[in-house]
Design a protein around this ligand. Structure first.
Ligand code: NAI
Length: 478
């Protein structure tokens, strides 16, 4: 079998395969879906373009999708988040060799440039023979955006000219689309027409999808995987509770106990981050714009303040908002000497890195990859992690397997749902029904030795539910 792919080094495949084997043990949700659906092959005929951090856990997801019959092409959704050994293992496959890879085409390596990043995203949407995928599995919405902007600019007859307002990333993106249209003027309408749906992993990508649906521009149905309870209330919270401090520790090895840490945003990710920093003995301060989340933080015992009020006080700053311009260049100039600054939200615009680079007299020193000291003209400096991109994947290896098993079981079920029940979904954004959310949770109980109480029929009637669930109304918030 021969296929195109681009990863760092196939000789890493064995190290990757060992990690995958251990991850499989920690991913009971995915493994039981393989058992449940392996024979019936519900994804046979599915051609999935996946844009999601190419980690060990994602490798187990990819091999679950192929075990259910899908063909897959994969890229990472961040330039720093690939684990090269996992990418190599997926390409080589469980039965291949580096000389004769038998796995899945992956286009991802740690430390891509922006043009390389967008080229990889283009690769997963460009299948052999000029064909495209019929499903997208997205994280942050970049693959979905490429198809939508491609169609929009194709219809307009041109890609808009570069503007001073464009971020570096958007300028590179425009260049990529311009190139694809020069080569194949109808590429994106042809590809969009084949796509039956997208399943989206994260808050930021979901936000983009609802905007597209509201303006009537969404080109195919979408399932919002993020808002399955077993995704956002687990991955975003408990995943970040684990991987935030993993990233800070691997990057800096600074003792967190006793330090003052500011967490910007107290949504699901912020809650996990604040808890993990407090768990290490840091004094945590939260910033919020939403009175409900601010009150929640106060109830947990965290000081809630404006960033400006505490900017000179803190040792560690973490942005978790999914919003932009949270920490500005001006803020960074007022921080303590050697303050650590990092972002765990999806995009790098939470911290104004472009503004920081323009501060007069500033210099940048690489301490090690993804750890940079920015020194101001007066000699004080700050440490910025992963160039402002998500630090838990840039400085560490992202969330651990068990929590990702929940997220990815939702992804797999959502792919089956959209691929096999195409007539049931309009060009809107849907969440998975609650019985499937409960199913994902159920798949993870045995591994933790959880003993679940069963309702009696009378009890079920008394609270107005079925003995087999769902157990909560749609409006219940957990
Ligand atoms: P969320 O919507 O639950 O929380 C974001 C919070 O930030 C909200 O409570 C909002 O009120 C607050 N906020 C917005 N603007 C603010 C401002 N200017 N100052 C202070 N607070 C502000 O979203 P969630 O699920 O917590 O996700 C946050 C980001 O993290 C998203 O970009 C998401 O895609 C990303 N994410 C990253 C993960 C990772 O592994 N690094 C995992 C899961 C999500």
């Amino acid at each position: 079998m021969s296929f195109d792919f681009k990863v760092k080094d196939l000789s890493l495949h064995e190290a990757g395969r060992h990690q995958l084997r251990l991850a499989e043990h920690e991913m009971p949700g995915l493994m039981s879906l393989r058992e449940e659906y392996g024979a019936s092959q519900p994804l046979k005929g599915a051609k999935i373009a996946g844009s999601l951090h190419m980690t060990v856990q994602t490798a187990v997801l990819i091999e679950t999708l192929t075990a259910l019959g899908a063909q897959v092409r994969w890229a990472s959704c961040n330039i720093y988040s690939t684990q090269d050994e996992a990418a190599a293992a997926v390409v080589v496959g469980p039965h291949g060799t580096p000389e004769d890879p038998q796995g899945v085409p992956v286009f991802a390596w740690k430390g891509e440039t922006l043009p390389e990043y967008w080229d990889c995203t283009n690769q997963i949407l460009t299948w052999p023979g000029g064909d495209g995928p019929n499903m997208i599995l997205d994280d942050g919405g970049d693959a979905t955006m490429l198809v939508h902007k491609g169609v929009e600019w194709e219809a307009a007859g041109q890609v808009p000219a570069a503007s001073d307002e464009d971020s570096e990333e958007f300028a590179v993106f425009k260049e990529l689309v311009r190139g694809t249209l020069a080569e194949d003027p109808q590429k994106w309408t042809r590809i969009a027409a084949q796509i039956k749906g997208v399943t989206e992993e994260t808050t930021t990508g979901v936000h983009r999808l609802y905007e597209l649906a509201q303006s009537g521009e969404l080109l195919f149905p979408a399932i919002n995987v993020n808002d399955s309870v077993t995704k956002s209330k687990f991955d975003n919270k408990y995943g970040c509770r684990h991987s935030l401090i993993d990233g800070i520790n691997r990057a800096t090895d600074v003792l967190i106990g006793g330090k003052v840490a500011v967490v910007c945003g107290y949504g699901d990710v912020g809650k996990g981050c604040a808890e993990s920093l407090a768990g290490q003995g840091a004094r945590v301060i939260v910033t919020e714009i939403d009175p409900i989340c601010a009150l929640q933080a106060a109830m947990e015992g965290f000081q809630v303040a404006k960033l400006e009020s505490v900017i000179g006080e803190a040792d560690i700053f973490v942005t978790t908002t999914g919003n932009f311009d949270i920490i500005t260049a001006e803020h960074m100039q007022q921080m303590k000497n050697k303050a650590i600054v990092g972002n765990i939200g999806h995009f790098d615009n939470e911290i104004d890195m472009a503004g920081l680079a323009k501060v007069p007299g500033i210099t940048k020193t690489e301490i090690k990859p993804q750890v940079h000291e920015w020194t101001f003209a007066d000699g004080r400096s700050i440490i910025v992690l992963s160039e402002g991109r998500l630090l838990n994947l840039g400085n560490a290896t992202g969330h651990p397997s068990f929590v990702m098993s929940n997220s990815f079981a939702n992804q797999t079920i959502a792919q089956i749902e959209l691929f096999t029940k195409q007539g049931d979904y309009d060009k809107q954004v849907y969440v998975l029904p609650k019985h499937l959310d409960e199913k994902v949770a159920r798949l993870h109980l045995d591994a933790l030795g959880v003993e679940l109480t069963e309702l009696t029929k009378a009890q079920a009637e008394y609270i107005g539910v079925d003995v087999a669930g769902p157990y909560k109304p749609e409006h219940y918030r957990y």
